[in-house]
Design a protein around this ligand. Structure first.
Ligand code: ADP
Ligand code: RBF
Ligand code: MG
Length: 146
């Protein structure tokens, strides 16, 4: 495990870049700039997984992308959480708590949107599986979550 993990953080869900991630079936709840700027300096950009909670709702598994999104040539660093649960409604403006537990891979560039999506789907399977491991399961009931 990386020295800066687990990493606990909280922030309000803000509007992202509006690229239609939701239309692709992979909505990502974006954190505000201040939260992104407060990440540990040593924390590499890339894909991570852990657990997340919206307000005082249930704690769900999540995958997170931290970085510059080379596929979209972003100028701003972002921190986007895709929660592994089907929500009935959007939750912009609500409080999102996350614990980042493990690193999957660095950020990559892709030749097509399909390749990006296939890779994200594989990230999701990895998270889904690994978060059941004994070293991680306990975090779902961590006192950090309300
Ligand atoms: P934006 O560019 O504004 O971030 P997205 O298409 O990425 O737009 O959609 C993100 C929004 O979708 C989140 O802010 C949240 O309100 C909502 N949402 C619904 N289901 C999920 C989910 N499973 N994971 C993350 N966000 C979700
Ligand atoms: N964007 C990239 O440019 N490169 C990546 O390697 C990448 N990996 C991602 C992994 C996950 C698990 C998620 C949720 C997003 C990732 N993204 C990546 C960000 C993606 O470009 C962004 O969520 C788009 O809005 C999807 O349409
Ligand atoms: Mg988003």
């Amino acid at each position: 495990m990386k020295t800066y993990l687990p990493h606990f953080t909280t922030g309000m869900v803000v509007k992202g870049f509006g690229r239609g991630s939701k239309q692709l079936g992979i909505p990502t709840a974006n954190f505000p700039e201040e939260v992104v700027n407060n990440l540990p300096e040593e924390m590499e950009t890339g894909v991570y997984y852990g657990f997340s909670q919206v307000d005082d709702g249930p704690v769900y598994k999540m995958v997170m992308s931290i970085g510059w999104n080379p596929y979209y040539k972003n100028e701003k660093k972002s921190m986007e959480t895709h929660i592994l649960h089907k929500f009935e409604e959007d939750f912009y403006g609500r409080l999102l708590k996350v614990v980042v537990l493990d690193y999957v891979r660095p950020e990559m560039n892709f030749n097509s949107l399909d390749d990006l999506i296939d890779t994200i789907k594989s990230d999701i399977s990895i998270a889904e599986k690994n978060l059941d491991k004994p070293e991680f399961v306990g975090f779902q009931k961590h006192e950090f979550f309300s």
